[in-house]
Design a protein around this ligand. Structure first.
Ligand SMILES: NC(=O)c1ccc[n+]([C@@H]2O[C@H](COP(=O)([O-])OP(=O)(O)OC[C@H]3O[C@@H](n4cnc5c(N)ncnc54)[C@H](OP(=O)(O)O)[C@@H]3O)[C@@H](O)[C@H]2O)c1
Length: 247
């Protein structure tokens, strides 16, 4: 018996069309899970699907900020043993330029949508007993901050607060809730942002382990929290940062 196995578990992964979400989906399938992939871009979801191991996986296209899409996702979703919230966006703006529209967009995608989706899934009994919900939060807004990142930090701080309260409220249903909090991971999320390639190389040197993380390294932590190996862990946040926040 392998306590880290995800065999006989069905896991819904949001943000599965790219980056961390795509890798989480692929790695979960390798550990034996049946995976339900969701995001807005169907073509990129199909690309993820083609990389999964095993059979029985599914795609449900949805914009998580849209209430009707969330309702349809819950309706179409099978009973879940795991839910991984990977969908997220970054908007970099120095604090004095923060405006209502940007703030609402970041809070909506990163905080309100995963919260409301979780609530709807629980209310509709789509989350099985002894299941696990994992949020991909960040060290930003929880342990440290980066300049120009106030809206993102606020959204991730909110995710961590919500995660702890969900863990308490859902414990009686046997549902565990945790977060994984990475520092910089090599995905396209920061493409087109304010940081140039040279600055990125300089930034990597500030990490004790001298590099950014890889999506797989986040996925392995998610697999642990989804698996029975973590069945006494709830309300925890796991920092994955190459030692960045030690300094
Ligand atoms: N990369 C990092 O350095 C890093 C560090 C710490 C935490 N994180 C967190 O990790 C998570 C994944 O980030 P990533 O780097 O993998 O980013 P990414 O490659 O840009 O992926 C973001 C995902 O979110 C989905 N998404 C965005 N808006 C959505 C919406 N309205 N409805 C449904 N899906 C939506 C996108 O899919 P569609 O466009 O197809 O909808 C995409 O699959 C985020 O929560 C991010 O904050 C990332």
């Amino acid at each position: 018996m392998n306590p880290f196995s995800l065999e006989n578990k069905t896991v819904l992964v949001t943000g599965a069309s790219s980056g961390i979400g795509r890798t989480v989906a692929i790695e979960c399938s390798k550990m034996g899970a049946t995976v339900v992939l969701t995001a807005r871009n169907e073509e990129r979801l199909q690309q993820t699907l083609s990389q999964l191991e095993g059979d029985g996986h599914a795609i449900i296209v949805a914009d998580l900020t849209d209430k009707n899409d969330r309702l349809r996702l819950v309706e179409q979703s099978p009973k879940l043993d795991g839910l991984v919230h990977c969908a997220g966006i970054v908007k970099t703006l120095m604090f004095q330029f923060v405006d209502a529209e940007s703030l609402s967009e970041v809070m909506n995608v990163n905080f309100a949508s995963p919260t409301l989706l979780s609530a709807l899934l629980v209310e509709n009994k789509k989350i099985a007993k002894n299941s696990s919900i994992v949020f991909i939060s960040s060290v930003s807004g929880v342990v440290c901050v980066w300049g120009g990142n106030s809206m993102y930090s606020a959204s991730k701080g909110a995710v961590n607060g919500m995660m702890k309260n969900m863990a308490l409220d859902l414990a009686s249903k046997g549902i565990r809730v945790n977060s994984v909090n990475p520092a910089m991971v090599e995905t396209s999320i920061f493409e087109g942002g304010l940081i140039g390639a040279e600055q990125i190389e300089e930034d990597k040197k500030r990490y004790p382990l001298k590099r950014y993380g890889k999506p797989e390294e986040v996925a392995y932590a998610v697999i642990y929290l989804l698996s029975d190996a973590a069945k006494w862990i709830t309300g925890s946040s796991l920092v994955i940062d190459g030692g960045y926040t030690l300094l």
